[in-house]
Design a protein around this ligand. Sequence first.
Ligand code: COI
Length: 357
Amino acid sequence: MSLIHASTIQITKASTSKIHSVDFDNLEFGKVFTDHMFVCDYEDGEWQNPQIIPYQALSMEPSARVFHYGQAVFEGMKAYKDEKDQIWLFRPDQNFERINKSSKRLAIPEFPEAYFFNGLNELLKLDSEWIKPGVGNSLYLRPFVIATEPAISASPARSYKFLIICSPAKAYYNEPVRVLFAEKFSRSANGGVGFAKAAGNYAAQFYPTSLAQQKGFQQIIWTDANTHDYLEEAGTMNIFFRIGDKLLTAPTNDRILDGVTRKSVIQLAEDLGIECEVRAVKVSEIKEAAGNGTLKEIFGAGTAAVISEISAFEHADDVFELAHVEEGSYGSLFKSHLLDIQHNKAEDAHDWRYLVK
Ligand code: COI
């Protein structure tokens, strides 16, 4: 595929910036957006008219298919600034591949690589002031595609919008997370869309998660839909278990998101000489390990969540509290390694960093 030139993207700058009204020390995740956004339309069988425009409301007919059938996919990425004010992305090739994999499953036309990368580069250069340096600061990027065709027959749209919006972010979870292991509801099933970042995958979790929250648990670790015996993922993050000195995590399949942070943790574990088994993880073995004291840690891994400690889980009315590991926590080790690579503070042995130019 030939790369488009940046000048192909039409840029309209915002007349004023909102940045001075933002309290960067007290950010609520995903509530504040930068001055600009990237937009590209799919019409007449091709992606066209890539633009960067001031962040603004969209105008769409109420019959747009996205409102009726949820034909929408998205990605989560982050941009980081180092001490020399250089802007970095982390493994953006993975997000590009995954949004097109998600799109394909939802019958959405794949997005061109050149538009994706040039759009990101130009947008980040324009909104670079919004990326604060320092480990813990980032700009969360939300590329997404929606079906805009005004028509309500249940079939794929003929027109779409691809957008990228940006939101300054710190941690998604400020505290260790308490989770329920799912016993009744399911997030995904064989042959379904669980592997895709389809908007509906997330909406479908809100009701069961709100029930979990009423019981004092912030998240659910989903189990396989057939038996509820195997632990899969948490919806906002993939999950790792540490039993003794060994890590366990579920293999990806058509029910589980192929998380970029997940695969980076698996690689870092290998680099650091930590044994990591990628295999089906039974609820019963985790309960047994919690009971006999060999379950040392559970943590989630995701772009927004980074690495988030899980401090307790509940299953079948049994509640297990996990003691915080002060010394030698695997979760803390992976978190600091990842953040140092992302912020250009450590060697990037696998070429994961991408310099925005
Ligand atoms: C991400 O980590 O980027 C996600 O998409 C999770 C989302 C629920 C914030």
